[in-house]
Design a protein around this ligand. Structure first.
Ligand code: G3P
Length: 535
C-alpha cells in the first residue's frame, strides 16, 4: 500500500468541512481505502499519532513506530475495507513500555492528590473538546451511530472528572485504630491505615466502548496514583489512541501511560503475565476467563458479557416495557453487554407486548452510522455470521418470526424471535446483535429460573407496578444488577457495576474501581506504656 502523501493543512481544512459529523477529520477526503484520520481541529491536533501509513503506539511519553515494521489492519464494519492500521508492537517494546511505566509510577505516587486530580480534569477537558474528531473515528472503526459516538466521548469526559473528585474524597482519608478495642490489649498501639497505589494497571477495554470503557479503567487508576498500560481492542484501537493523545497533551509524566497495539497472539500473554503488571482490568468476552487463569497473584477486575433477562409481569406498563426493550435491546445493534438479551413475559400479556415491540421495530432506521441510523452494521463478519447461526437454529427448531431475516454484509435488520423454547441456542447464548428472543412463561418462577440457569449473570430487569413484588423478584434473580421498570444499563458510571458467575470478577463503577486499584498500608505506633503516669 503506497504511503499516503498528506495534503497541506490548508487543503485538509477544506476537506474536514466535508466530514458528516462536521468533525475535523480528513477521512472522507482520502476515501474509504486506507484512510488516515486525524483531526484538523487546532492545526492537526492528532497528526503526531499518525505516521502516514499507520497509527503509532505510545510509550515513554512519545508516539513511536514499532521496530517490527509490521502493522495490524482495522476493517471498517460498514465498508468491509481497511480503514486504519496500527503498530504490531514487539515483545521488547512491551517490556520497555512496562519498565518506564513502573519508574514513572514511583514519582506519580508521590504527586499530591490535588495535582493528580488537576491533570485528570485537564485530560477531561481536552477529550470533550475533541469529541467530534474522536466520534468520527468511532463511526468508521466500530460503526457506532454518530450521535451515540459523540455521547460516548462526552460521557467519558464526565467519568474522568468524576473520578478525579471521587479519588480526592476517597483517598484523602485513612483509618486510625487503637489497640484496646480488641480483647487482651491495652491502649498502647496506634494503627494508621491508608490506601496507597497498587502499581501498574493493565487496562484492556472492549470494542463496543473503546473510549468509555478505557477511561473507566484509566481514570480511577491514575487518580489512585498508578501507572497504566492500555492494550486497546483491535477494532477501537485508533479511537483509544486518540484519548491517549489527550492524556499526552494534558501533561501527565513521561512513561506513566502507555498504549500498546498489536496481535494478541504475539503480545497477549506477555502483557497479562508480566511481572511488572500489578492489576488487570478487562472488559470483553471469554478471553477474560483465560486471562484469569494465567494472571497470577494480582487483583483482577473483569466484566465478560451478559444474557440480561427481562421479566414482564401481567400488571406491567406494556408501553413502558416495549419502549425499554427497543432502547435497551436494539441500541448500538444490541452490541452492549447490558443489552436485553431475552424477554420472559407472562403469557397472558405476551401477545400485546410482542405487537407493541414489533410496531416499534418497524420504525427503527437501518443503515450507516454516519447517517445516525438506529441499526448499523455489527462489528465484524464473524459476529454477523454468529448471529445468523443463532437465528437459523431458532428457525429450524420452530420459533416464530415477526420480521423477515435480512442481512447485507454486516448489516442485520432487527428481529424479534417469538415462542422461543429452552432447546434453542438463542435462549441461552449472547448474540451481541439486533435479535431478541421471547419466551412466554406461565409463572414468574419460570422467568426467575431462566435468569438464574444461565452462565451469565450481569444484569436483568423487571416490569411490574407492584414494587414489593419487584424487589422480591430482584432478590431472587442472581445477577449483579436488577433494574426495576427500566432496561439494564451500566450508567450512570458512578453506580456499582458487576457481573456474577461467568459475567465477571469484582465490581466496577468509579468508586469501586478506585478502591480496587489501591492497597492498604498500615503503620503501627507502639507506645512503651499504656498511659503516662504523672510525677
Ligand atoms: O457493553 C458495555 C457496557 O458497559 C454497556 O454500557 O452504558 O450501554 O449500559 P451501557
Amino acid at each position: 500500500m503506497p504511503p499516503i502523501l498528506l495534503p497541506p493543512p490548508s487543503l485538509l481544512r477544506v476537506a474536514s468541512a466535508s466530514s458528516p459529523s462536521g468533525a475535523d477529520s480528513v477521512c472522507d477526503r482520502l476515501g474509504p481505502g486506507l484512510c488516515c484520520c486525524y483531526s484538523m481541529a487546532g492545526q492537526g491536533f492528532f497528526q503526531d499519532i499518525f505516521d502516514g501509513e499507520a497509527f503509532k503506539y505510545y510509550a515513554d511519553g512519545e508516539w513511536k513506530v514499532s521496530s517490527s515494521r509490521a502493522s495490524v489492519s482495522i476493517t471498517n464494519p460498514s465498508t468491509l475495507k481497511t480503514q486504519f492500521k496500527v503498530q504490531a508492537c514487539t515483545q521488547d517494546e512491551v517490556n520497555k513500555a512496562i519498565e518506564s511505566a513502573e519508574s514513572a509510577q514511583k514519582l506519580w505516587a508521590k504527586t499530591p492528590l490535588w495535582k493528580r486530580a488537576e491533570a485528570l480534569h485537564k485530560f477531561a477537558g481536552i477529550l470533550k473538546d475533541q469529541k467530534n474528531a474522536i466520534a468520527d473515528v468511532l463511526v468508521k472503526e466500530i460503526a457506532k451511530p454518530l450521535k451515540d459516538a459523540v455521547t460516548e466521548v462526552v460521557r467519558s469526559g464526565d467519568l474522568v472528572s468524576y473520578s478525579a473528585e471521587e479519588g480526592i474524597r476517597l483517598l484523602a482519608e485513612g483509618k486510625f485504630l487503637v489497640s484496646d478495642s480488641f480483647p487482651g490489649n491495652g491502649r498502647n498501639k496506634y494503627c494508621l491505615a491508608s490506601k496507597i497505589p497498587i502499581g501498574v494497571v493493565l487496562a484492556i477495554p472492549p470494542f463496543n466502548y473503546p473510549i468509555n470503557l478505557a477511561v473507566s479503567k484509566i481514570a480511577p487508576a491514575l487518580i489512585a496514583g498508578n501507572a497504566v498500560v492500555l492494550k486497546p481492542p483491535t477494532q477501537g484501537a485508533v479511537a483509544a489512541l486518540h484519548i491517549v493523545h489527550c492524556i499526552h497533551l494534558a501533561g501527565f509524566p513521561k512513561g506513566l501511560v502507555a498504549a500498546i497495539t498489536g496481535k494478541g497472539s504475539e503480545i497477549g500473554d506477555l502483557l497479562t503475565m508480566h511481572p511488572g503488571i500489578n492489576c488487570i482490568s478487562f472488559t470483553g468476552g471469554d478471553t477474560g476467563i483465560a486471562i484469569s487463569r494465567k494472571a497470577g497473584m494480582i487483583p483482577l477486575q473483569m466484566e465478560l458479557g451478559g444474557k440480561d433477562c427481562c421479566i414482564v409481569l401481567e400488571d406491567a406498563d406494556l408501553e413502558l416495557a416495549a419502549n425499554n426493550v427497543i432502547k435497551g435491546g436494539y441500541s448500538y445493534s444490541g452490541q452492549r453487554c447490558t443489552a436485553i438479551k431475552v424477554i420472559c413475559v407472562m403469557e397472558s400479556v405476551a401477545e400485546e407486548l410482542v405487537q407493541k415491540i414489533v410496531q416499534r421495530i418497524s420504525k427503527l432506521k437501518v443503515g450507516m452510522p454516519e447517517d445516525n441510523c438506529d441499526i448499523t452494521p455489527v462489528v465484524s463478519q464473524s459476529s454477523a455470521n454468529f448471529i445468523q447461526g443463532l437465528v437459523e437454529d431458532a428457525q429450524k427448531k420452530g420459533a416464530k418470526f415477526h420480521q423477515e431475516w435480512k442481512r447485507e454484509g454486516n448489516l442485520i435488520w432487527p428481529i424479534l424471535i417469538d415462542h422461543v423454547t429452552p432447546d434453542m441456542r438463542i435462549a441461552w447464548e449472547e448474540p451481541f446483535g439486533p435479535v431478541i428472543p421471547v419466551i412466554r412463561i406461565k409463572t414468574v418462577e419460570e422467568g426467575i429460573h431462566h435468569c438464574n440457569a444461565n452462565n451469565f449473570a450481569l444484569q436483568g430487569c423487571i416490569f411490574t407496578k407492584d414494587i414489593n413484588k419487584a424487589i422480591l423478584i430482584s432478590n431472587a434473580m442472581e445477577s449483579g444488577t436488577i433494574q426495576i421498570n427500566a432496561a439494564p444499563a451500566r450508567g450512570p458510571d458512578h453506580f456499582p457495576f458487576q457481573g456474577l458467575r461467568d459475567s465477571g470478577i469484582g465490581s466496577q463503577g468509579i468508586t469501586n474501581s478506585i478502591i480496587m486499584m489501591t492497597k492498604t498500608k498500615s503503620t503501627v505506633i507502639n507506645l512503651p506504656v499504656e498511659s503516662y503516669t504523672m510525677g
